[in-house]
Design a protein around this ligand. Structure first.
Ligand SMILES: C[S@@+](CC[C@H](N)C(=O)[O-])C[C@H]1O[C@@H](n2cnc3c(N)ncnc32)[C@H](O)[C@@H]1O
Length: 442
């Protein structure tokens, strides 16, 4: 899905904790680490306001230095991502004379997420593992976002939302199983394996199959993952479909399936009597989806690489549209500095086109003139409505969300847009930000 710095490639987190150091060595070690970190920043600086593939560049940079062990890579990755989250606060400090930029390293240490690797660094550099910034970085949210963002999402400037969009993203899993019994087994086996590794899982309070894992846990390198007992999926992404009360048994079209994060979940919701047909323009994503479906033992997914013919109808169509990814900024903070307002508007144009195109696949109703006029519907008229169209983005931008839906509503009057749908803001449930809107075909 999105660029992901959750440390999924790293070793087990029970081995993460930095060993206790003699107090005399912690300080020089942290200073040495600060110098290495600053050199890494100097390499990245020419690219961080330009390169949309910055996460891959960071990965290559960290992999290329043979002196780094996995713990070093985790520390530097966390410090680099913190720098990107708070770039306008850090960048000016890189140009100060003070101890060749260590002011920047100290500020990053204060702002960095709460992981064992960073705690040791913080203690060595600042003399206190729990050192908090003297002044909240969220006091002046304007500084932390690109100028154009205010017009798109003023809610993100509220202190709690600003803090949520700058926290390290949590790691969420979605349990997989075709029956209640299989899900219970998946939970039991995953919990048992994770406990043996020293990882505690927390069940979400709002979604039974969602589990929160420690951020540094290398969850994809486990037997439970290989057995398909869970998938990695942000809670917000899970809520897009889980909040729709989709009945079992229908045939759905996932028109922008990608590697299938939501396809797998939809197939589970629809159950063995239902089916998902998944399509994407990227063949490599569909190859990954096929592997994931096999691992999840889901046999009700059909993967296609050409569009269904005209006149093919589905009970539901999911358009999880390509977007600016502004809802994932804490996971992919470089996007804040490479995304332009013009690019957001281009996304919006494409989204409206895709929504119109794929809405043609939604099963039409059997006639409900009142519904078309927006009048109050009787149960009988409601029963005559056709299939559902679910539009989703991981964007917080009005242009890509409400404005796209207004455009769709204006052009496609045979759909009833359910305005109860809304933007899921990151602070609500500590998730990525998402927008979802459901329409029903008349
Ligand atoms: C937000 S991602 C989908 C994520 C996926 N649904 C998930 O939950 O993991 C958007 C996807 O739309 C696909 N896409 C872009 N243009 C498309 C088009 N014209 N038709 C179908 N898919 C398209 C992209 O390749 C990308 O995989």
């Amino acid at each position: 899905m999105n660029p992901e710095e959750n440390g999924r490639g790293g070793p087990a987190c029970d081995r993460n904790a930095a060993p206790k150091e003699a107090s005399g060595t912690a300080q020089p070690r942290a200073q040495n680490q600060a110098q290495i970190f600053l050199k890494l920043l100097a390499e990245l600086r020419p690219h961080w306001r330009r390169d949309t593939a910055l996460p891959e560049r960071i990965q290559r940079l960290l992999a290329s230095d043979r002196r780094f062990g996995s713990r070093d890579r985790r520390l530097y990755r966390e410090l680099i991502y913190t720098t990107l989250r708070y770039l306008p606060l850090i960048e000016p400090l890189l140009d100060t004379e003070e101890e060749a930029g260590t002011a920047a390293a100290k500020r990053v240490a204060e702002l960095a997420g709460d992981t064992p690797a960073v705690a040791a660094f913080r203690e060595g550099l600042l003399g206190n593992a729990n050192a908090a910034p003297a002044e909240s970085p969220f006091k002046n949210p304007d500084k932390l976002y690109p100028d154009w963002f205010w017009d798109e999402c003023p809610t993100a400037y509220a202190p709690e939302e600003c803090a949520a969009l700058h926290r390290r993203a949590p790691l969420w899993l979605r349990l997989q199983g075709n029956t209640e019994g299989e899900l219970a087994h998946a939970l039991h086996d995953t919990e048992t394996e994770f406990a043996a590794r020293g990882w505690t899982l927390e069940q979400s309070e709002i979604l039974a199959n969602a589990l929160r894992a420690p951020t540094d846990a290398d969850v994809t390198n486990t037997e439970s993952f290989r057995r398909g007992l869970f998938e990695v999926q942000d809670l917000g992404s899970q809520l897009v479909l889980a909040s729709q009360r989709i009945p079992a048994g229908g045939h759905w079209f996932d028109a922008c399936a990608g590697a299938g994060g939501k396809t797998l979940q939809l197939a589970q919701i629809l159950g063995p009597s239902g089916k998902v047909t998944a399509y994407d323009i990227r063949p490599e994503a569909l190859v990954e989806l096929r592997e994931r479906a096999a691992r999840a033992r889901l046999t009700n997914i059909e993967i296609i690489d050409t569009l269904p013919s005209e006149g093919t109808y589905f009970d539901g169509v999911l358009v999880d549209a390509p977007c600016s990814g502004t809802g994932t900024w804490r996971r992919a903070p470089h996007l804040k500095w490479v995304t332009t307002h013009e690019r957001v508007r281009e996304h919006a144009k494409q989204q409206l086109e895709l929504l119109k195109q794929f809405s043609n696949y939604v099963r039409p109703g059997t006639g409900s003139p009142n519904a078309k006029r927006g009048g109050k519907m009787t149960d009988e008229e409601f029963a005559k409505l056709g299939g559902r169209l679910v539009y989703a983005t991981c964007s917080l931008c009005r242009s890509e969300n409400e404005v796209v839906i207004s455009g769709f509503q204006a052009e496609c009057s045979d759909f009833l847009v359910q305005w109860a749908s809304h933007t899921l803001m990151p602070a609500q449930h500590d998730t990525d930000g998402f927008f979802v809107c459901v329409s029903l075909r008349c």
